[in-house]
Design a binder for this molecule. Structure first.
Ligand code: ATP
Ligand code: MG
Length: 394
């Protein structure tokens, strides 16, 4: 028995009218994209349903794994497809399907036929009961249960005949691109790739920014961030990653500002630069991996002071999660192993032993004013040297 096609089920919440067409088109585009390396598929839409039909041979597990990365998919139904819709053939097709899929026949079942081809001479209800009868004749151990069957045999009669009985769970969410674009502050840690995944899951297209500080941070640390962007891109689609050289700004802060305020001041400049790049690239929000109380720079007071430099909304999807919950997601999406590689990011080198945990905005501003004569030039220099790399899913 061969799975020739997949029926793609999606949640329809918020997908009425014009939005629905956008939603379906974005979903179909993403499905085409992820199936491209798997094999030749025709992806089409028919009466509010999306089909991906194989044109030749392909690896089933690979196809399912690819579809499981597509946000917006609630369920994936592998289907057998046949050209012949004559009654005798239907009976044989359904019986053979049950025989090979369910070696143990001590099960309850129900047939759910859908006659999309209205010229088909038998009505759906009739198909259900006649096919049920044939199945019972062939496999007497089976039992009908119309309310809560163990096997739901879905038969769709269209220009061809489709048969399926299983729904593999998809990742849920909304197709990427249906909800605008945001700029992710991506470090080499565990949290920010998870934050990116969560926001992309809600249909948001991602760009990303990484601040590196050579020679204090290595090429390996940068490569790690590129790798992480590539893993998040499996789900979100290609990510444009902007790499900002942050060394001179960091050195200036280190030289002129109180050391217990280094992290918070640095975070403010990161946010400022990220917001600038976001606006320049059509992003409507920033995304960070911050989690309340996790470190000194993530207390409510610190977050308030960091946030103060931004006009754009800042999304922090990990804000209410424990570290273990974030780790669990990073393991599930495949970023964990890369995140824990031991390459320093720029924050860990310039951290003070006793950073402020309750920064006061007035005091931070006063400290920052010590940078007044250099900071504009340094910001301009950092922005003019941005390197942009397109990270594709891998
Ligand atoms: P992560 O695990 O994501 O690195 P973290 O717990 O190490 O987070 P911080 O280092 O305080 O936390 O950083 C908080 C957030 O700031 C990160 O989640 C990320 O969004 C952003 N960030 C920190 N460092 C960088 C960097 N070098 N480049 C880009 N963004 C960064
Ligand atoms: Mg970090």
């Amino acid at each position: 028995m061969e799975w020739k096609a997949f029926l793609i089920k999606y949640a329809e919440i918020g997908t009425k009218g014009k939005n629905r067409i956008l939603f379906e088109e974005a979903l179909m585009n993403r499905i085409r994209e992820v199936l491209e390396p798997v094999g030749a598929f025709t992806v089409s839409r028919e009466a509010g349903r999306i089909f991906a039909e194989a044109e030749g041979s392909y690896d089933f597990d690979e196809a399912v794994a690819a579809l499981r990365t597509v946000f917006g998919i609630a369920g994936i139904c592998p289907m057998v497809v046949d050209e012949d819709d004559s009654w005798d053939h239907l009976v044989r097709m359904v019986c053979d399907y049950v025989d090979s899929r369910y070696p143990d026949k001590h099960k309850t079942f129900k047939v759910i036929a859908r006659r999309a081809k209205k010229s088909y001479p038998i009505e759906s209800m009739q198909i259900n009961s006649d096919l049920g009868e044939q199945l019972l004749l062939r496999f007497p151990e089976l039992k009908v249960d119309v309310h809560n069957p163990q096997i739901s045999l879905h038969l769709e009669i269209r220009h061809r005949v489709y048969l399926y009985s299983e729904i593999l769970p998809g990742p849920g969410g909304m197709p990427v691109g249906t909800n605008g674009k945001a700029m992710l502050l991506l470090s080499g840690g565990i949290d920010s790739p998870v934050a990116g995944y969560m926001v992309a899951k809600r249909g948001v297209l991602l760009e990303a920014v990484y601040f590196h500080a050579p020679p204090y941070t290595s090429e390996r640390a940068k490569q790690k961030v590129l790798d992480l962007a590539g893993i998040v891109a499996r789900y979100s689609g290609a990510i444009r990653l902007h790499i900002v050289n942050f060394t001179d700004i960091q050195l200036a802060i280190y030289e002129k500002c109180p050391h217990d305020e280094l992290t918070i001041i640095m975070r403010r400049y990161m946010m400022k630069i990220a917001e600038h790049l976001a606006a320049e690239n059509g992003c409507l929000a920033l995304v960070t991996g911050e989690s309340l109380g996790q470190v000194a720079s993530q207390t409510i007071q610190s977050l308030a002071v960091t946030n103060e430099v931004c006009d754009m909304p800042v999304f922090r999807p990990c804000i209410g999660m424990d570290k273990q919950e974030i780790v669990d997601i990073s393991e599930k999406i495949g970023t964990y192993e890369t995140s824990i590689q031991p390459y320093e990011d720029c924050c860990t080198i310039f951290v003070a032993k006793h950073p402020v945990t309750k920064p006061n905005l007035r005091i931070i501003r006063r400290s920052e004013s010590r940078l007044d004569d250099v900071i504009d030039g340094l910001m301009e220099q950092a922005l003019s040297g941005v390197e942009t790399v397109v990270c594709r899913g891998k």
